[in-house]
Design a protein around this ligand. Structure first.
Ligand code: AMP
Length: 420
């Protein structure tokens, strides 16, 4: 037997319905915020991720799925969504008319060669949103509010963890101070951190191994190295979040793993103790330099990505309600071939008119067809009998009250419309 690959999973049955429900909630709210759906390829030129996510990031150094295709191209299965969206933004010249920002959202599988554990797999699904073309602080607030409200709508109690890296000048000043502080202490940190100090020192702050060490707790804070403009910007963002009644806390050690962030960085945290480090449901931030880094015109942008699998795990742990439709409108029953032909015609008619309709495909006896209808939680039964069909009629039975009525086949749609 061929089995699935380590770190991957199949989604079916109730799990698939739960997913679909979460998709629907996200679709609906993205529409309210006026984001449009976008799809980009699952594989891209490896260089895209080397340049955007960054050669110094853990993702590119250790986690990408890379291969050479039959045409000798270096290909990578996407480990995240933003790089592809920015590539598409540039390639399709979406910057041509930036009188409004480009606001898009995506959903799809991402691939990272990680150690699989609860809430962490090698193929996982992310939802993400990007707002490209505005540097206005209100757009930061909008992306944070959309991220926050999705979870609220899904019934989860979440909090925003917020920080700012400031503009390039502030970020560089901070980086220098951090390196000066960490260098004498670097022997006390993990091996990964010893490498990070040279290639990406900010990443040391969100090291999972050294997270609780005193060295990191006492490290210089980004907020102390902000120039006046960056500080004003951060204060304005907090003001908007308060006006929007968004629950947030400032965490000066939050820097996020990817190289391309500046100014705002944030994460959405689930209030679930058992989740440990995996309680980060999603994260995002501003990436004003990325479009230019990928050869587009300098364009500010901000985005957010959330893990769908972890979100569903959080909902299950908190026992929030998945609003899943688990019943059908009509079950059609028949006893012989002639009635079965009529069933095929009625099924087609009802489905095209928007009803969820089912019938028997296993040649069951009437008694067992009733059982099937109950299993499907059918609201109505349509019972076909040759005697009624002569007058072009069928019996419609309310499966709850058990009341029956003879209805002309031509009137079925109107009849059910009235009842359902
Ligand atoms: P990141 O792109 O690393 O900021 O991740 C954003 C979100 O995607 C995380 O908060 C998780 O919810 C989810 N995520 C990231 N990596 C994985 C993974 N390996 N398995 C499942 N979910 C993940």
């Amino acid at each position: 037997m061929i089995t699935k690959q380590k770190g991957t999973y199949d989604v079916y049955g109730l799990d698939a319905k739960k997913r679909k429900y979460v998709y629907d909630v996200i679709d609906a709210i993205c529409e309210k915020y006026n984001y449009t759906y976008i799809e980009t390829p699952i594989f891209e030129a490896s260089e895209l991720f080397h340049r955007s996510v960054g050669d110094s990031s853990d993702i590119v150094r250790k986690e990408t799925y890379d291969f050479t295709d039959r045409g000798n191209r270096n290909i990578t299965l996407r480990p995240e969504g933003t790089a592809s969206i920015v590539r598409s933004f540039i390639e399709n010249k979406m910057y041509g008319n930036l009188s409004e920002p480009v606001k898009v959202y995506y959903v799809g599988p991402m691939f990272r060669y990680e150690r699989p554990q609860s809430g962490r797999t090698r193929q996982f699904t992310q939802f993400g949103f990007e707002l490209i073309g505005s540097d206005d602080v209100l757009s930061d607030a909008e992306v944070i509010s959309l991220s926050y409200n999705i979870y609220k709508l899904l019934g989860l109690d979440v909090k925003i963890r917020l920080n700012t890296l400031g503009d390039n000048e502030s970020r560089n000043n901070y980086r220098e101070a951090l390196v000066n502080y960490l260098k004498p202490n670097i022997d006390k940190l993990c091996d990964d951190c010893k490498e990070r100090i040279n290639i990406n020192p900010l990443r040391i702050l969100d090291c999972k191994v050294d997270k609780d060490s005193e060295i990191l707790k006492n490290a210089p804070k980004t907020l102390d190295y902000l120039n006046e403009e960056s500080l004003n910007r951060f204060n304005k963002l907090k003001e908007y979040l308060e006006l929007m009644d968004i629950d947030y806390e400032v965490d000066t050690n939050l820097v996020r793993g990817l190289d391309y962030y500046n100014h705002t960085v944030f994460e959405v945290i689930a209030n679930i103790k058992e989740f440990g480090n995996e309680n980060v449901l999603g994260g995002g931030g501003r990436y004003n330099g990325l479009v230019e880094m990928l050869d587009g015109p300098s364009t500010p942008a901000i985005g957010f990505a959330m893990g769908l699998d972890r979100t569903i795990l959080a909902m299950e742990t908190k026992e929030t309600k998945f609003d899943i439709k688990d019943n059908i409108d009509v079950y059609i029953m028949y006893g012989n071939d002639e009635e079965k032909e009529t069933a095929s015609y009625i099924l087609q008619d009802l489905r095209l008119n928007g009803f969820i309709a089912e019938t028997d495909y296993m040649n069951k006896q009437f008694k067992n067809q009733f059982k099937s209808a109950d299993r499907f939680k059918a609201k109505y039964l349509i019972i076909l009998k040759n005697d009624d069909l002569k007058d072009f009629k069928v019996t419609v039975k309310d499966n709850l009250t058990k009341e029956e009525e003879l209805v002309n086949i031509n009137d079925l749609v109107d009849y059910l419309d009235m009842k359902l």
